[in-house]
Every structure is written in structure tokens, then in C-alpha cells.
Design a protein. Sequence first.
Length: 282
Amino acid sequence: MWVNVWEFLYASYFRFWVKWILRLLTGKCELQRVLGGAEAGARRTLSTLRDAVHVEEAEVDKCVRNVMKEKKIAQEDTGFKTKLRVSLLQISGYKKLYVDVENLRSIPFDSENEKHEEQLIELWNLLMPHENLKARISKQWCHIGFQGDDPKTDFRGMGLLGLVNLVYFSKHYTSEARRILSHSNHPELGYSYAIVGINLTEMAYSLLKNGALKCHLYNTVSGLPQMEHFHQFYCYLVYEFDKFWFEEEPESIMHFNQYREKFHEKVKGLLLDCSVILTLQN
């Protein structure tokens, strides 16, 4: 009860006077103190600009000028201006990144689309350089973890995003991808490499959608997060899930959902750290 009373009194009366006294003593408004005292990254971005979170990228510079004018901050204060601009870019960039990822996810894999087919064949060549694909519809696709003769049916949930992520990991971390594919063929602890990869795309997508990736991305990118950064986070998930799976030694693949959820909870816990950066290099 007393806690609630104190919170009400502080919010209604004391906070104004505390801010007024601090401005009198330091000569700086609350926003200047926050941006000046916090390290770059999530901690600074998440603690500022509560009223400016809906700004679009094209309006960032205008918003910066308006905030400085409203708070009576000299436009010549380039340090404050730069920090404010970076924070706003990170906020607007996160929203744009989600839109871009969602747009890619909403595109269904189309076997009649030449570019889609080229990416699928590229995935095969990256993972299986010493084995020729004998036909587009083939049981060989099971060798890299698809369920049937035609991979297009496995992309339904995540659309083109699932394929793009698989290709990105295989192209940028080829040796790691081939090694993990080899692990997935373990006689006792094996799993379907491509199907699990698409499942991890869904995990990365859901974490982006619910805002859980904000700290990671704000700490990783001092500006606009790009699709590249989403793909990099996906690569981290693939690499870490493979380690997690073999450390846990599941009884069988039938328990996949149980261990997938356990891994998901582990990642969500890591993302709660305001200084977190999750990259494959780590």
C-alpha cells in the first residue's frame, strides 16, 4: 500500500521538483542528462524519447531539431544532437526491419519463379558440393533435411524468408553449415537440418516481432538495423541450437518441440540483458 502511495506522490508531485532542481544544478534537461550519461546502445536508446517512438526515418532530423527546440537545447550541441539522432534511427529502423522481414515472410515460395528456384539450387550446391542433384524433384533433398521430394512444401510457414536464411548461413558460414549438416546426420542424435533451420527462422521472426531483439540490435548497430543483421542473428541461432541439441542429448527427434522450447527460453533469457549482443562470432 505504502509503495503505491509513494509512486503516486512521486509521479504527481515530487518528480517535477526533482527534475527542476537537477536542471537548475546541472543546466541540462532530463533528456540531456540521460543521453549524456548512458553508454551507446540499448540502455541509452530504451531510456529516452518516450514521446518520439513513432518517428519515421525520413523525419528523424526534423524530430531532432524539434526536440532540441522544445527542450531549449542549443542546436550547436553536436554531441547531444548525434546521440539523439542515433537513438531515433535505431527506433525507427527496428520498426522498418520488422516490416521488411514480414514482407519477405509473406512471399510464398514459387517453383515457377526463376529467382526462387535459383536460390534453392544454390542452397544444394553450397551444402552438397560433391553430389550432383539429379532432378529438381528428388529424394536427394532429404539429404539436407527436407521432408519430401520437393522442398517447396516445407517453406509454407515462413515463405521465402526461410529459404533466404538457409542460403545466407550456407553462403557466409559455409564450413560451419556443412559441419552442422554433418552433425544432423548423427545416427542417434540426428535431426532434419533444413526443417530445423526453417523452424529457427520462425523463432528469429517471433523474437523480432515481439520486440525481444531490441537490446541486441540497438547494441549491435549504431543506426538503422538492416536485413543483414536479422540474418546474422539467425546464423547465431542455427550455430547455438546445434551445440545445445548435442549437449542436451535428446532421447529422440520425437522430443524436438520440448527441446526447441527449452532453447527458445534460453535465448529469450539472454535477450533480457540490456547489454546483450548475440552473434555467431561470440
